[in-house]
Design a protein around this ligand. Structure first.
Ligand code: ZN
Length: 559
């Protein structure tokens, strides 16, 4: 099936996309979808507009409208009768038309996650908000003096005295002690909700509504673990050697506070590489616009609707939003001409082109990226270019010598960055899995067992403080963190496919994607146009020839 316009026309005439008459269940579903979309489409647009206004202006009225609309949409999808209707349709096995069947899956999942009893939901939301507030207002202290997160970060970046580093690291973990018992309570409430809906626990339910399965994820993460074990140990050994020299200790005496951030999730700045010098006299907006035009995915219409520079009251971060699934795609940035914002605008426009070049003939419910991990992967695919020596040479007009200079350091840096993140993401994935499976176990022990196994960082002796609870994502974005790593793998798998199958090259040594229209065409036809027509892993298989695998991530970064 390729022509969705024709398919939708057939459905409207009461025929399946193959031209047969719709059966009774299919007709019921078709009518339900029509009524449902008519209700939610304008509401979702208003919600997105409120969100946009809130984040670009900080206007409190916009925030109020946003939470009101979010609540209304949630309420709509919490309707128990409608959920029962969808559940019966699903169980009947009678919805055979692929376009209707796919919409049924999407609808069912969006209702399922909202089927929590109102009283239980209220407790979950309130406790979650309470924890977030405690997080926001908590300040760790060193020798009785309060310190901010930024002060802690600065110490961990530059201090050479091990005792002072230890103090700063300990201060960063104090918040864990302040929120851990509430967090465990929240985990149990979430589990209660999931168990009422027939799941083992909240982790398995969250994965199921996101069309993911613990077994599949275990397999992918285990593959990644095996493939990165030796290379990570080697690179980490080199890194430890450098850090130990810097702090005047033996490598085997290195402790968690000797890395440059509280969780060892980022790359310690040991390889000096200042890419900002190459961007400071350029216009990153223009560079991004020119690049996307060159691959045949112009972004001028996106940029015209976007909010790109710093201003009072505006959110300091960056994001992309699809306002109406009809082409009004916008990004928010706070651009400066440096490497960070070069990466960021390429990243956000990666989300942007995915949304902008969806096939507008697909039904509204399926006119979205296949999954958050696939849109994240697309954004990473483009974001990575800001450090790519070939891309930099062609885009910035650098000399051969300058390119060689960047290559010398950036390869190593990228490898380290990706490996450190991969190993850290494994800790997050397996910890969350264990946390929801048994919140009554010794969680501090579980945390440090995983840190030692995956990050190869030693636990401090006799540690009882709940250090894991200092990671805010467990409260605010539960069971989501693994998607970052899956997105990285998808980006690498796409890179491999485009290099080998689309550009017909043996290696990516000289690949910059600059003016490679074939690459843009491939992404539009195989990834963007597929939208939500298939489950995410089926889409990946159709686009690249195999389901998501860690192999290509390892090929790209672990040579
Ligand atoms: Zn993103």
């Amino acid at each position: 099936m390729r022509n969705w316009y024709v398919a939708i026309g057939l459905l409207a005439m009461g025929l399946t996309t193959q031209g047969y008459a719709l059966n009774e269940k299919e007709t019921q579903l078709k009518d339900f979808i029509a009524a449902h979309v008519e209700k939610i489409k304008p509401m979702e647009k208003q919600q997105n507009l409120a969100w946009w206004e809130a984040y670009t202006t900080g206007n409190p009225n916009a925030y109020d409208r946003l939470s009101e609309l979010t609540l209304q949409l949630r309420r709509l999808r919490s309707d128990a009768n409608e959920f029962a209707f969808l559940k019966n349709l699903k169980a009947s096995g009678q919805v055979k038309d692929p376009l209707l069947a796919r919409q049924l899956v999407v609808l069912y999942n969006s209702y399922l996650e909202n089927q929590i009893e109102p009283e239980l939901l209220r407790q979950i939301v309130e406790l979650g908000t309470q924890i977030e507030k405690n997080f926001g207002s908590f300040r760790g202290s060193i020798d009785g003096k309060k310190v901010t997160d930024n002060e802690i970060k600065d110490i961990l970046k530059s201090e050479t005295d091990s005792a002072k580093r230890e103090q700063a690291w300990l201060a960063s973990k104090q918040v864990g002690g302040a929120v851990a018992s509430d967090l465990v309570r929240l985990v149990k409430l979430r589990n209660q909700a999931a168990q009422k809906l027939g799941f083992d626990n909240y982790h398995t339910m969250s994965l199921a509504t996101a069309e993911q399965d613990v077994k599949d994820l275990d397999k992918i993460f285990n593959e990644l673990y095996e493939l990165t074990n030796k290379p990570f140990a080697k690179l980490k050994g080199e890194l430890d050697g450098m850090l130990a020299r810097k702090y005047g200790v033996a490598p085997k005496e290195l402790m968690p506070w000797h890395y440059h951030d509280p969780f060892f999730q980022e790359t310690p700045m040991v390889y000096s590489l200042d890419l900002d010098v190459y961007y400071k006299d350029k216009d990153v907006r223009k560079l991004a616009e020119g690049f996307y035009a060159g691959i045949g995915l112009p972004v001028d219409a996106i940029l015209a609707n976007s909010d790109l520079y710093e201003k009072e009251g505006k959110n300091p971060h960056a994001f992309c939003t699809d306002i109406d699934r009809e082409g009004d795609v916008r990004i928010l940035c706070n651009l400066k001409n440096d490497e960070y914002w070069m990466e960021t605008i390429l990243h956000e426009l990666g989300h942007g082109v995915y949304d902008k070049y969806l096939d507008y003939d697909t039904p509204y419910l399926l006119r979205t990226p296949a999954h958050t991990l696939t849109t994240e992967g697309m954004a990473m695919f483009f974001g990575r270019l800001s450090r790519n020596p070939v891309w930099m040479q062609e885009t910035l007009g650098l000399s051969k010598a300058q390119r060689a200079e960047i290559e010398r350091v950036s390869g190593k840096y990228m490898q380290l960055k990706q490996l450190i993140f991969a190993r850290w993401d494994m800790v997050m994935y397996y910890f969350e899995k264990g946390l929801y499976a048994n919140p009554d176990q010794d969680l501090t022990k579980l945390w440090w067992d995983l840190v030692e196994k995956y990050q190869m960082v030693r636990r401090p002796p006799n540690r009882t403080n709940p250090d894991w609870a200092a990671k805010i994502h467990f409260s605010t974005s539960p069971c989501y963190y693994h998607n970052y790593m899956l997105g990285e793998m998808f980006a690498s798998q796409l890179h491999h496919t485009v290099v080998q199958k689309v550009l017909g090259l043996k290696s990516d040594k000289n690949v910059s994607y600059v003016n490679q229209k074939e690459a843009g065409d491939f992404l539009r036809d195989k990834v963007f146009h597929a939208g939500g027509l298939y489950s995410w892993n089926r889409m990946i298989e159709l686009a690249t020839g195999e389901p998501l695998t860690a192999k290509y991530f390892v090929d790209q970064f672990v040579k």
